[in-house]
Design a binder for this molecule. Structure first.
Ligand code: UDP
Length: 249
């Protein structure tokens, strides 16, 4: 079988295929724009930098919390599943924004949605997603898992297992650069953990990703790196294997 065409040079790196989890709020700005063109462009530039120079397969799972969270609607009295469907649609808006910014940087990108909307994006088909990755396309997984009562963290864990990714890179955006013993924003004694096990995360209820996501990563032995995505160059550093943030395994 001939190798798929991928024009980029090979380079030394720690991970060969990564799933980057971006929260929806990472796309917002302080001025009240839920989807800030400038912020999306700067995220795209981080991804484009890795894509151009490291020849690593990149999949992105994008959240929707900047626009809608299912839980918020259900607290207000909405049906939870209905509200979650709105949340999943929010992730598609973010995914399209990111695709636009990546394509303007000439990074070939596909959006695949877990809920069919074939006029604007491809349906998620695992084999096709793997093929896109093999061809060097950035694949953005949108609409979460396609199921209410889940989160995009769980979608990231699930897609990582499905496409056989080496790692889930959970980018934070709130200034917290990893997993701490306590909330660093309220507890001055909180300490950054450089490494932690899945079991510790679950038993100590450490704020990494929700427990369903941790369970999926644990069952499939997919490590997670929690790192500060908003510092320029960090995505590249973490892909190159620099020990940033917290490694969960
Ligand atoms: N959601 C869902 N199922 C999924 C993924 C997401 O129902 O598999 C909904 C849920 O309502 C969630 C919203 O989509 O609140 C946005 O996703 P998430 O909260 O994970 O976004 P993030 O916090 O990463 O921005």
């Amino acid at each position: 079988m001939t190798q798929p065409e991928d024009p980029r040079e090979s380079a030394a790196r720690e991970w060969k295929r990564v799933v980057l989890k971006l929260s929806g709020e990472a796309l917002a700005d302080a001025g009240g724009n839920n989807v800030s063109a400038a912020v999306v462009d700067s995220l795209a530039s981080e991804i484009a930098d890795v894509w151009t120079s490291l020849k690593v397969d990149i999949a992105v799972v994008v959240g929707g919390g900047n626009i809608w969270r299912g839980m918020a609607g259900s607290i207000g009295g909405m049906d939870r599943a209905q509200s979650d469907h709105m949340g999943m649609l929010a992730t598609v808006i973010n995914a399209l924004a990111l695709q636009d910014a990546l394509e303007r940087r000439e990074v070939p990108t596909r959006v695949m949605t877990a809920i069919g909307m074939a006029q604007i994006a491809e349906p998620y088909i695992r084999r096709r997603a793997v093929r896109h990755l093999e061809k060097g396309r950035v694949v953005i997984f949108a609409a979460g898992t396609g199921n209410p009562f889940f989160t995009t963290d769980t979608a990231a864990a699930l897609r990582a297992a499905e496409v056989d990714a080496d790692v889930v890179l959970k980018g934070t955006h709130s200034g917290v650069n990893g997993v701490y013993t306590a909330d660093p924003q309220t507890d001055p004694d909180a300490q950054l953990l450089s490494e932690v096990t899945f079991l510790e995360v679950l038993s100590r209820e450490l704020a990494v990703m929700d427990s369903a996501a941790i369970a999926v990563c644990k069952d499939n032995a997919t490590p997670i790196v929690v790192f500060d995505l908003m510092t320029q160059g960090n995505f590249r550093r973490v892909v190159e294997g620099e020990a940033l943030g917290t490694l969960v395994r």
